[in-house]
Ligand binder design. Sequence first.
Ligand SMILES: Nc1ncnc2c1ncn2[C@@H]1O[C@H](COP(=O)(O)OP(=O)(O)OP(=O)(O)O)[C@@H](O)[C@H]1O
Ligand SMILES: O=P(O)(O)OC[C@H]1O[C@H](OP(=O)(O)OP(=O)(O)O)[C@H](O)[C@@H]1O
Ligand SMILES: O=C(O)c1cccnc1
Length: 477
Amino acid sequence: MKSRNLTLLLDLYELTMANGFFEEAPQKRGYFDLYFRKIPDKGGLVIYAGLAQVIQYLNELHFSESDLDYLKKLEIFSPNFLEYLRTFKFECDVWSVEEGTPVFPNEPLITVRGPLVQVQLLETMLLNIVNHESLIATKARRICMVARGRSVMEFGSRRAQGADAATYGARAAVIGGCSGTANVLSAKLFGLKPLGTMAHSWIQSFSSEKEAFMAWKKIYPHNCLLLVDTYDVLHSGVLNALEVFKQLKEEGIQSNLGIRIDSGDITYLTKQARRMLDDAGFKDATITVSNALDEDVIQNVLEEGASIDSFGVGEKLITASSDPVLSGVYKLVATQENGEIIPKIKLSNTVEKTTIPGFKNLYRLYDDDGQARGDLLTLDGEKMRHNSQLFNADPNKTYQKKKLRGLQLKPLRVQVFAKGKLVYQEPETMEIQRTSQAKLATLPAACLRLKNPDIYDVYWTRQLKELRTQMIEQYSE
Ligand SMILES: Nc1ncnc2c1ncn2[C@@H]1O[C@H](COP(=O)(O)OP(=O)(O)OP(=O)(O)O)[C@@H](O)[C@H]1O
Ligand SMILES: O=P(O)(O)OC[C@H]1O[C@H](OP(=O)(O)OP(=O)(O)O)[C@H](O)[C@@H]1O
Ligand SMILES: O=C(O)c1cccnc1
């Protein structure tokens, strides 16, 4: 993808702190974790997305001459720091969960290790990317889940909050399960399927609906997905579409036939339209519906027995309008001085908001059938044994303790940058979608449901739990 310099897309305090770190302790290193605390829509999981854009951003970090001129004019940065920025070379280590993975609150999705002066600068953009794309992928997963195997086309660009939200949002929607997008730029950039039908303007621009459909047939004889609700779905739209389909049949032309309904009672109209198409011998003609759809409407119309082959979903998906924020955070969890890792904690009034200190690893625990039984956070370097005691991170769970026995540990994260060098190859977006579905299939079914899902078990090792408890005691005195 074409490079663009987003290096200054940070919050001023990151630069002022970086200046401070540079002046005070240029050698001091830090560890930051990126994680979220709450799942949108009271859901059971988040689909992690955005790593490809994180990689692109980190690969392109540099301060241009005009950036440096601008910063100099602010008169708040030391000349030596500005000189450091001029020759800035990214040197950090980055570990991340792979895109498409279902993840849970308080899991370190990304850990960045490096000079504090560098790791601090990344806060805003890493959060901006991951919070947005994971939010949309998560919403798409909900919508696609209730669509039960029917295609869901992403139609939201026109109502997205800006060009990036449209383009990266469409990619995230595909990671979450959409079959493709109407956004051609996104399709081109990310190898997605470009999909679409026609707008009402096509039909309105002709003197009749029939004329409009016939003109479409002439230009696209192999793809006749006709929008049938401009005037009257059952008394005009479907009847005119049938005329076109019959002509194509008589002419012996193989075509993808279908209709799209964009208003009215979806259940009633699709049932009636299906009957009309079937009765006329067009059992293969598909029915697509759109119009402010979300997981609730889709679930409702399918429960009512609506006859639908595919959905076009726009504004509610691309803006995640039912709960439009994933509040991921980026927190310092350790520093490193003279080779020694020193865990750090941030206390809060609530235990949930108190950070989890230390340089950690994240694992998924699988049983012999390949089913996920929970996730595990360990401190880096801890040796796990069969009789290792695990502690549920959720203090409200009745069964607090568990032995590792019988479970296999698989690391959930990969190293993405080593000393500033990219060491990870991103899979294609469609491949990410496939692996995402496979990972979802290993989770307990009760965690997948949309309403009142079970809380997935996330465990800590004894060492991690004790470290946190001891640090809370130490700092709250
Ligand atoms: N059977 C149904 N059950 C639940 N919701 C439905 C059903 N049929 C349609 N809807 C949804 O109800 C909402 C309003 O539908 P309605 O047809 O009134 O839309 P509209 O926006 O008024 O139509 P138009 O596009 O003509 O203005 C939409 O979100 C639509 O998807
Ligand atoms: O409703 P969404 O989920 O966002 O899906 C995309 C919508 O975009 C188009 O509408 P258009 O902009 O033409 O406006 P409309 O609502 O009048 O159809 C299309 O006809 C869908 O209704
Ligand atoms: O192709 C379509 O039918 C489409 C695309 C974007 C928005 N609404 C509909």
